[in-house]
Structures are given as structure tokens and as C-alpha cells.
Design a protein around this ligand. Structure first.
Ligand SMILES: [Zn+2]
Length: 359
């Protein structure tokens, strides 16, 4: 029985990393190799105002994502770290802090933007942005590089006057390096994507409560050290189609159950209206975080995105750490998703600065 279950699990993993495919479904046979034809539905035309945030390839601080002509690229672990090391060396506002080591021995680090130096002013709210717990869903890394660059050099340092920012650019560093062009075939870029699971084949966004994995114990240590006022876990959807580009949510949204009802109410009544307005001003299409109740049977409807304690947002509600799960829409282009994430991070900093005391 154990072997049968294991075989089924492996078969499901091989056929679909997104876990949205029924293991019993026969493969589709065709004379045309799947890589010979586009199989995603066409992307709706988009020309959001946030495109003005992109810097030209001639800019000395262009990010690898921006430097790519198609804006369809995301740098690997070594190149990401090298870029951040250069930023750290050039700006007093930026520092890098290692907070763990992966099973394959890679340092796990955060990039911290602050005007306070080594010790945060306890009166300032702390925003923690986490990218790459699922490494193929890496929008938060590319957006975070742009935000930190603009804070350091392009006139946005005032964002740090009343808030501190901690970016985890890649949490699942080993999965990030187990990369390929077909890790997430139902996602429109970047061209090379990390793998969902870690070097020990674990899904880290199921380990918040048990803390079996080194990466999650490391994150817990970082959270306990800095006590973020708002924790944002950035993902990309597994393929459910809808019009929105940036969806996000939290346990307790719109009056549903939460173990932290007061912070959920603040996120509902203060954060969400302002964030949605900011995204819309920049041409984005914010929407509610939803999941299909049964991916094989759409008529069963949608759940509201509230999740149990092994997931980031469920854990956050239980631990009284206000936590938002972002799910950018996988069928929107990488560029559109990254820019939406940039707008989200910048607006979250403003909202925490202005209203974080109430939170
Ligand atoms: Zn994910």
C-alpha cells in the first residue's frame, strides 16, 4: 500500500508539478510535439502605467529581469546574489543578512533596507516580503530587486523614513537552482523556472506548523528576530483562469474565520481598499484570492483562499503575524506580474508608514 501510494504520488508529480491533474487521467497523444505549438491561451493586451517603472538596459543599475528584451528572464542564485552584493556595497541603506543554510549548503539570505543601521527603531513598522518559497513563482524576487534599487538610487528612499523593509529574494534556494524550461508549463514566464520542491523533495508552503525543513526553521528565526508587522508571501497561481493579474488574500477576509480577527479586520477595511486603488491606478487588475474547490470540476465552485496552519497565511493568523498570500495570475506575462508586485510592495510600505500603528 505504501508503495502504491508512493508510485501514485510520483506519477502525479511527474505529470504535473502544479498538482492540478488527476493521476488517473490518460496522457493526450498527438503527432505534434507539445513544444512545437503554443498551448497557453493568448495573453490579453496590457499597457499599465507601471511600465514606466522599468529601467533601460543601459542603466548601470538595471536588473537582469529588466535587461532582458522580453522581460521574461529571472537570474539564477549566484547572479542574484552578485547583484545584491553590488547594491549592498554601493548603498548605506542596504545590507544583506544570512539567516539559514539549505540542505545543499546554499546560504539563505535576506536583503534589508533601512535608515536605522543594524538595530531597527522599534517604533517603525517592519514589512517582510518573501519570494520563492515556490521557486518557479519568483515574481517577488525580480520586483524586490527593482524596489530596492529605486530606494537606493532613484528617489524612493523616503519610503524608509517610517518603515523598514526585509526582502527574502529566494527562500527555497535549492529548488530555485533545480531549474528548467518546463517546471511550470502553465505559467507565462520566466523562461527558466525553478522547481516547486526542495532538495529533500518537500513543499515548504506546507511546513509552517511542523517546521520539519531547515528553510522553514530559518524563516521562523528571522521572523522572531525582526517581528514583522506585515508578512507577504509571494506566489503565482497554478493555472486557474480569470481576468485578474494580482490576487491576494488572508485568513479572515471579508468576515470569514480567523484566529486573528482584529488584524484581519484591519487588512479588510484599511489595507485592501487602498491597495486595490493603488494597483488600479497603475493599470493592474487586483482580485480576491480564490482556489478551485475541485480543479477537475469547476462547477463545485471556489474557496475563499483561507488556508490551514501549514500554509503561510494560515500560520500567520494563528501566530498573530498579519500575513498576506499573493497569487499572481500565471497566465499573465511575467513582466505584468512583476510590475504588479512592485506596486504592491511600494504601496504596502506607504500603508504601513501611514497606518501601521493601528495594525
Ligand atoms: Zn505557490
Amino acid at each position: 500500500m505504501r508503495h502504491a501510494l508512493l508510485f501514485a504520488a510520483v506519477a502525479a508529480l511527474v505529470s504535473s508539478p502544479a498538482m492540478s491533474q488527476s493521476p488517473g487521467r490518460p496522457p493526450v497523444l498527438s503527432n505534434i510535439a507539445p513544444w512545437d505549438q503554443p498551448f497557453l491561451p493568448p495573453a490579453p493586451a496590457w499597457d499599465g502605467a507601471s511600465k514606466a517603472l522599468l529601467r533601460d538596459a543601459s542603466d548601470p543599475w538595471v536588473t537582469p529581469f529588466e535587461a532582458d528584451r522580453g522581460h521574461d528572464f529571472s537570474p539564477n542564485y549566484v547572479d542574484t546574489r552578485a547583484w545584491f552584493d553590488r547594491l549592498d556595497a554601493a548603498s548605506d541603506l542596504i545590507r544583506i543578512e544570512q539567516f539559514g543554510v539549505s540542505p545543499e549548503g546554499r546560504p539563505i539570505y535576506a536583503v534589508i533596507a533601512s535608515k536605522d543601521g543594524a538595530n531597527f527603531d522599534p517604533a517603525k513598522p517592519v514589512l517582510m516580503i518573501q519570494a520563492g518559497i515556490h521557486p518557479g513563482e519568483i515574481d517577488g524576487k525580480d520586483a524586490g530587486m527593482m524596489v530596492l534599487r529605486d530606494i537606493a538610487f532613484y528617489g524612493k528612499d523616503a519610503l524608509l523614513d517610517r518603515v523598514n523593509l526585509i526582502l527574502i529574494p529566494i527562500l527555497s534556494v535549492d529548488g530555485h537552482e533545480r531549474a528548467g524550461a518546463y517546471s511550470r508549463p502553465n505559467q507565462r514566464g520566466p523562461r527558466i523556472q525553478g522547481w516547486r520542491n526542495t532538495a529533500t523533495n518537500q513543499n515548504l508552503n506546507r511546513d509552517y506548523l511542523k517546521l520539519d525543513q531547515a528553510e522553514m526553521r530559518a524563516v521562523r528565526g528571522l521572523i522572531l528576530k525582526y517581528r514583522p508587522d506585515l508578512y507577504v508571501d509571494v506566489h503565482v497561481t497554478d493555472g486557474l483562469d480569470y481576468q485578474y493579474d494580482v490576487t491576494y488574500g488572508f485568513n479572515g477576509e471579508d468576515g470569514s474565520f480567523s484566529r486573528s480577527p482584529n488584524s484581519s479586520a484591519w487588512l479588510d477595511t484599511v489595507f485592501k481598499p487602498a491597495m486595490n486603488a493603488a494597483l488600479e491606478r497603475q493599470g493592474h487588475i487586483p482580485g480576491e484570492l480564490v482556489f478551485g474547490i475541485d480543479d477537475d470540476e469547476p462547477k463545485k465552485g471556489l474557496s475563499d483562499g483561507g488556508l490551514g496552519e501549514r500554509y503561510s497565511n494560515g500560520w500567520g493568523a494563528a501566530a498573530h503575524v498579519p500575513t498576506i498570500l499573493i497569487e499572481n495570475h500565471s497566465l499573465k506575462p511575467h513582466e505584468q506580474r512583476v510590475l504588479g508586485t512592485y506596486v504592491f510592495i511600494e504601496e504596502a510600505m506607504r500603508l504601513l508608514a501611514d497606518q501601521g500603528a493601528a495594525l
